[in-house]
Design a protein around this ligand. Structure first.
Ligand code: SF4
Length: 326
């Protein structure tokens, strides 16, 4: 079983995923890179830009998040920003080489009164020739329908961690709520972006189970963001022990092997990663990053640094409309 390089399967077992995660590191990297090359140009990385369209004051209690009104982090809440501002920021992102524009709101779920504005944002960014993505929390069916009609390409909804560890991180919604929203978004014909966060004090089996939950959905998510926790002062995870970077690379490699055709996104936490670690993640199959110096409310490497890193590694950015696949 483990000798077969690449299989597009949704019936992976825990034993298989565990065995892959724990392969000798060089064998794991080799296998992940082999799978990656079957489906993607290994020297192309997709660049997305993320904008916070409504910051802070969130009713949810995600332990890692500075935007939760329940956490102690001192972040002032803002209202939904104007459509014009979103469009002008998207234009700048496009000029900087981003092909996908992700708009994130700190909500449990959007209110119906916000839907007209959200639709206008999607249409405006779409008109620029960029791919659109939103992350707004849980959605009702009619909200999903309206977003689809307005041209939304991707919906991001992270499962965050394993089902086992979920209640240690969030108590205001369940793992099943997340899966339910993901399934309904997919059924409506919107592409799914779903991943999680590692380095939250979880066990190795939680990292494996988180990826297994995504890889055994009816269809693999189109994008799989893998975030390294950025510990934020005054949140419950402020002092959590740092994850060994090798474990992080193993997580990326497992995501690539279990979901061969998905874009695996190296997401939050890149500011603390060396160039060498990022290069190893690209080798392990990561082929998407967020660009720009902020990620919602957290720091991200400066675009100049990313461009230099791409140049050093001989990596080129995927063009708009190109997903880098073979
Ligand atoms: S992660 Fe999202 S849902 Fe959770 S508290 Fe932060 S903004 Fe709210």
């Amino acid at each position: 079983m483990l000798d077969t390089p690449s299989q597009l399967r949704t019936d992976w077992t825990r034993e298989e995923a565990d065995a892959i995660y724990n392969m000798p590191f060089m064998d794991l990297l080799y296998r992940a890179q082999t799978v990656h090359r079957e489906h993607f140009d290994p020297n192309q990385v997709q660049r997305s830009k993320l904008l916070s369209i409504k910051t802070g004051g969130c009713a949810e209690d995600c332990a890692y998040c500075s935007q939760s009104a329940r956490n102690g982090a001192k972040l002032s809440a803002s209202k939904l920003i104007e459509v014009e501002r979103v469009i002008s920021e998207a234009k700048k992102a496009k000029a900087g080489g981003a092909t996908r524009y992700c708009m994130g709101a700190a909500w449990r779920s959007p209110k119906d009164r916000d839907m007209d504005v959200l639709e206008a944002m999607v249409q405006g960014v779409k008109d620029l020739g960029m791919e659109t993505c939103m992350t707004l929390g849980m959605l009702e069916d009619d909200q999903i329908f309206r977003l689809k009609q307005s041209g939304l390409d991707y919906y991001n909804h992270n499962i965050d961690t394993s089902e086992r560890y979920y209640s240690e991180i969030i108590t205001t919604r369940t793992f099943a709520d997340r899966i339910d929203t993901l399934n309904r978004v997919r059924e409506a014909g919107i592409k799914v972006c779903a991943g999680g966060i590692v380095g939250m004090g979880e066990k190795q089996m939680d990292r494996v189970d988180m990826l297994l939950a995504l890889a055994t959905l009816k269809e693999h998510p189109d994008s799989v963001p893998v975030n390294m926790l950025i510990p934020i002062a005054d949140t419950p995870l402020a002092d959590v022990e740092k994850l060994d970077p090798i474990e992080f690379v193993r997580t990326i490699a497992l995501a690539r092997i279990l979901m061969p055709k998905s874009h695996v996104r190296l997401s939050a936490g890149r500011t603390d990663m060396t160039d060498e670690l990022q290069a190893m993640c690209f080798f392990a199959g990561a082929n998407s990053i967020f660009v720009g110096d902020t990620l919602l409310t957290a720091d991200n490497p400066e675009e100049d640094h990313d461009s230099k890193l791409f140049e050093k590694l001989g990596i080129t950015a995927m063009a708009v409309g190109c997903d880098g696949s073979k």
